[in-house]
Write a protein that binds this ligand. Structure first.
Ligand code: MAN
Length: 351
């Protein structure tokens, strides 16, 4: 069986029209890939809001943040032969890549985990400075001893790296800068220290030799990382043949640390799989899904801004149930539930 999740009947739980843009000149194109956490007795999403500037006829306009943190617009003529606009997510002009949208992170809270609303007391997070001039994306949230660690993708013309901000109250944030330099993303911290050390899953890309693989690193303080080890590679002919990356913080189970990750093919079909890591030494892989545990099969997962995508970087765990929040078609936020036991049972066949 290749899809063992139960999709929520309210899906999509958030669509672009549900929120107001950050500025009157912007349009929300996508709501996707939320980080998830519990705080003040509520469930919170840190949703990625991808916006684009209003388009002009015959042109493609892309937004970037300038040094003052304001959005600036760059226009390209659609007929210009130097322009490659074949990917909805990123265009290339004269060998330079530009994102078609710019993302910030917005906080929404809920009592039931299904209906979410903004709380004006909790401000959005925006890209700041030269390493976030194309925005910030896909934030994982790890609550480590009451200090929430936000690991997110920093995007700029310098490349794609992993940023860290920490907070205890979601109003004041400590900015810790870039913790994994380009090209790197999909960074999920373990929510507790193991043998006194912080652990992180991350995904560097090595296009010439190697590939887009999941690595693990350790740190004495959550800031400075070393002892990097590659723990999961792409597999030819499988759902994760082209790239793979960690989802949210691993879940502690009796059998080991359970990580739900995404894997994609060369055709950009994104599925989810599971990987089980040793409880005392998470650089040791115990088992990994042979088949995906979730595939893009619902209509809203197949059609949208970038179709055939299910992508997760946030969940809550209640007993045996994982409430998985995910981006569908890079356009909607959706919810599905899974049984931890069922994932582990399936993984036992893949040891
Ligand atoms: C990227 C990710 C996500 C996105 C997927 C699918 O690799 O970082 O932002 O959801 O691609 O487009």
């Amino acid at each position: 069986m290749a899809d063992i999740v139960k999709r929520n009947s309210s899906n999509p739980i958030l669509s672009p029209g549900d929120l107001d843009p950050s500025d009157e000149n912007m349009i929300i194109e996508c709501l996707l890939n939320p980080g998830v956490f519990e705080f003040n007795g509520k469930i919170w999403l840190l949703v990625r809001v991808a916006e684009r500037t209003k388009q002009k006829e015959g042109m493609i306009t892309v937004p970037v943040y300038n040094d003052a943190g304001k959005v600036e617009v760059i226009n390209f003529d659609l007929k210009d032969p130097k322009l490659d606009a074949s990917d909805a997510r990123v265009i290339n002009y004269d060998s330079v890549d530009y994102l078609t949208t710019i993302s910030h992170l917005r906080l929404l809270c809920s009592d039931d985990g299904i209906i979410f609303r903004e709380d004006p007391e909790y401000p959005s997070l925006f890209g700041e400075g030269e390493y976030e001039s194309y925005g910030i994306e896909d934030c994982r949230v790890a609550n480590i001893d009451g200090n929430y660690h936000l690991t997110y993708t920093m995007v700029s013309a310098n490349g794609v790296g992993v940023g860290l901000r920490t907070t205890k109250n979601w109003k004041n944030f400590e900015k810790n800068g870039m913790i994994f330099s380009p090209h790197n993303k999909d960074c999920a911290l373990f929510s507790e220290k193991i043998n006194g050390k912080f652990y992180a899953l991350h995904r560097p890309s090595s296009p010439e030799l190697g590939g887009n693989y999941i690595w693990i690193a350790e740190s004495p303080d959550g800031m400075y990382w070393g002892n990097h080890k590659c723990i999961a590679k792409t597999r030819e002919g499988k759902f994760d043949s082209k790239r793979l990356g960690a989802g949210a913080s691993p879940i502690k189970t009796d059998m080991g640390w359970l990580e739900i990750y995404h894997g994609a093919t060369a055709e950009n079909r994104y599925c989810l799989g599971a990987i089980l890591l040793d409880i005392n030494d998470p650089s040791k892989v115990i088992a990994r899904s042979g088949e995906p545990i979730m595939e893009p099969i619902a209509e809203y997962e197949q059609t949208g801004f970038f179709g055939n995508v299910v992508f997760t970087n946030g969940h809550t765990v209640v007993g045996d149930t994982v409430n998985l929040y995910y981006g569908a078609s890079d356009e909607f936020v959706c919810l599905a539930s899974l049984s931890i036991n069922e994932i582990l049972t399936q993984l036992k066949q893949d040891i």
